[in-house]
Design a protein around this ligand. Structure first.
Ligand SMILES: [Zn+2]
Length: 140
């Protein structure tokens, strides 16, 4: 569940930067923020929104990452995902610990994001001007 206290005080700013880095598109399936999509189960249209996920990628010194550490806001540890991919990502984490009875199809379809893949994601300049930010928001 969303618990604001588990996140750094400037989390909104960080999350915004990650969404801008991704061009307001899901980094896994490419869907755009604000697009309409039908849910597979209910065939009910819903609006796609981007949310930033913590991937828990390992640190450069070899320490393992922790996806539950919401203060780990290294750019490579964060990904801009649509709610569908986000849910799939959350399920992946849980299925590692519990029995492998959860939707094998979904797991198969999930892209394998590694630290390597993430670090090659094109990054934009961290120095985003207010003007650029306003433009990005206008598109969102
Ligand atoms: Zn997605």
């Amino acid at each position: 569940m969303w618990d604001r206290l588990r996140y750094p005080p400037n989390w909104e700013e960080i999350a915004l930067a990650i969404k801008e880095r991704a061009g307001w598109c899901c980094e896994w399936c490419g869907v755009a923020h604000g697009a309409w999509r039908k849910s597979r189960k209910k065939a009910k249209p819903y609006k796609v929104v981007m949310a930033v996920a913590h991937l828990g990628v390992p640190f450069s010194d070899g320490r393992p990452g922790n996806r539950d550490d919401k203060w780990d806001v290294r750019p490579e540890n964060l990904a801009c995902l649509c709610q569908s991919c986000h849910r799939r990502y959350d399920n992946q984490g849980r299925s590692k610990q519990s029995k492998q009875t959860q939707q094998p199809h979904e797991d198969e379809a999930a892209p394998h994001v590694t630290a390597d893949r993430v670090s090659h994601t094109p990054t934009r300049s961290p120095h985003v001007t207010a003007k650029q930010r306003a433009r990005a928001l206008a598109y969102g």
